[in-house]
Design a protein around this ligand. Structure first.
Ligand code: FAD
Length: 342
């Protein structure tokens, strides 16, 4: 396994993790950013992409997705490397003083500085409550699509009524042998265009729709053969053949493996000082919603301020002995040229 060496690994690509790339970049620190989601933006992109935010300084109103897009544009000069769909699962101190991080996809990083910008923790899928579901998980029952090719020629059953369920139904339908969408009613919480496209495929007989809930899973050795669905209207149960089940019941946030990193916690949040936003372990910082200190407000602007102060100490650790000059982006020609501005 190849180890990726860098100055800073940022855990979390929410707004605070993204802005940390900017503040660290101004100080010449190169960042890799890992997020368990398949896209940047954290809560802004996941929970309220189309709702306006009114309290970003200098920006009277922008949506969650617009803020994410603007942050991505702002950090582009620093060329961060993103690793999506990966959860940082462990952190270990090396003899040379650096940290080794491993993800649940077996990727390995080595860096002198870790910045935890993990918000409320990892977004975890809400799981199927049918008793034997765990037997199939990761083998023929999935909560995310890592590789579309894995579903080629499969008898696919997709459960859920939001954007993920509808988007994956439309994307996987051309690859799959057969596609069945299951939701408790024919009333979806997804983009109207996706809903219309899916319903017209059903009308044309190209895929099936069942209004109901999963009640039983059938199969052996982790391989699904069929599921029983209890119909919403009338409560009748029908059995549907399938060899792959994709479930999109939505996401919840859990602190996850970060709880085991050996950091001091306060009510499931990481305790930091307010000078450097460093945790109880030197070299590991926490910014944004995940941290705690007296008076902390879980606001995006708090995380932006925390990023600026964190970056100063991160620089001292990553590049010891290098002098840090306090400079304004407006007047420093060195900073202006780093930003690629005129
Ligand atoms: P998050 O946005 O939570 O991002 C953290 C990221 O870390 C996530 O993408 C997660 O997947 C990832 N992650 C966690 N653990 C791991 C791990 N182990 N490995 C890999 N990745 C991991 N704030 C405002 O200032 N103004 C508002 O108007 C406002 N409105 C809001 C409206 C709603 C409906 C909600 C839910 C929140 C609102 N907030 C608002 C709060 C704001 O969204 C949060 O303060 C902000 O998102 C915190 O940013 P963050 O980067 O710290 O964390």
């Amino acid at each position: 396994m190849e180890t990726i060496k860098t100055d800073v690994v940022i855990i979390g690509a929410g707004p605070c993790g993204l802005f940390a790339v900017f503040e660290l970049g101004l100080l010449d620190l190169k960042c890799h950013v890992v997020d368990v989601l398949d896209k940047p933006g954290g809560q802004c992109a996941e929970f309220y992409p189309e709702k306006p935010i009114y309290d970003i300084p200098g920006t009277p109103s922008c949506t969650g997705q617009e803020l994410t897009d603007r942050l991505l544009q702002q950090i582009r000069p620093f060329d961060p490397v993103f690793h999506f769909g990966e959860m940082v699962a462990s952190v270990e101190k090396l003899e040379n003083g650096n940290w080794r991080l491993r993800t649940d996809q077996d990727k390995e990083f080595e860096a002198p500085v870790i910045v935890i910008a993990a918000g409320g923790g990892s977004f975890m899928p809400k799981k199927v409550t049918v008793p034997n579901a765990a037997e199939f998980e990761g083998k023929s029952l999935f909560y995310a699509v890592r590789k579309m090719e894995n579903f080629r020629d499969k008898k696919l059953l997709i459960v859920g009524g939001g954007d993920s369920a509808l988007d994956w139904t439309l994307n996987l339908h051309p690859l799959a042998k057969s596609t069945t969408l299951v939701h408790r009613r024919q009333d979806f919480r997804a983009a109207p265009d996706s809903v219309n496209k899916a319903l017209s495929l059903v009308e044309q007989g190209d895929m099936s729709f069942v209004a109901g809930n999963l009640s039983q899973l059938h199969g052996e050795n982790g391989q699904l053969e069929a599921v029983t669905i209890k119909h919403t209207e009338g409560g009748a149960e029908t059995v549907h053949e399938c060899d792959n089940l994709l479930v999109f019941y939505g996401l919840t946030m859990k602190l996850g493996p970060i709880a085991d990193f050996g950091l001091n916690l306060h009510e499931n949040r990481i305790v930091v000082d307010t000078e450097k936003f460093e945790t109880s372990v030197p070299g590991i910082f926490a910014i944004g919603d995940i941290n705690w200190y007296p008076g902390k407000l879980k606001l995006i602007l708090s995380g932006f301020h925390e990023s600026a102060l964190m970056a100063q100490q991160a620089k001292r650790i990553a590049h010891p002995g290098q002098k840090i000059l306090f400079q304004y982006t407006t007047t420093s020609s060195a900073l202006v040229s780093k930003l690629g501005a005129a």
